[in-house]
Design a protein around this ligand. Structure first.
Ligand code: ZN
Length: 106
């Protein structure tokens, strides 16, 4: 029988998204407009987001919050909405690829 609340969880060690190579602090700064990455930095950030589902989910969550704030402020054509849709689509696609890869490898 499986032990509940045991010391080992199936997910293994959870990543600390505040510590590099994860970039939750940068994502947050970007969304509040405190960080303006140049093209190279943006590319670097996207490269990590493509490979790290934890940061992707964090980004999507933050975009949901940003979109909600935009809506409350009555901001038309809020960029958070477009970005959120883009990343959710991308996230689903990447997750699907990951699942297919795992099926092939097993
Ligand atoms: Zn990450």
């Amino acid at each position: 029988m499986m032990e509940e609340n045991g010391p080992h969880n199936a997910l293994g060690e959870l990543p600390d998204l505040l510590i590099p190579p994860h970039l939750l602090p940068q994502v947050f700064d970007l969304l509040i407009g405190a960080w303006h990455p140049d093209a190279a930095q943006q590319q670097q950030m996207e490269a990590h987001l493509f490979t790290c589902s934890s940061c992707r989910i964090a980004l999507i969550t933050l975009l949901c919050v940003a979109e909600e704030a935009d809506q409350q402020a009555g901001t038309p054509n809020a960029p958070a909405h477009t970005l959120r849709e883009r990343w959710i689509t991308l996230h689903c696609r990447l997750e699907q690829q990951q699942v297919q890869k795992e099926v092939k490898e097993s």
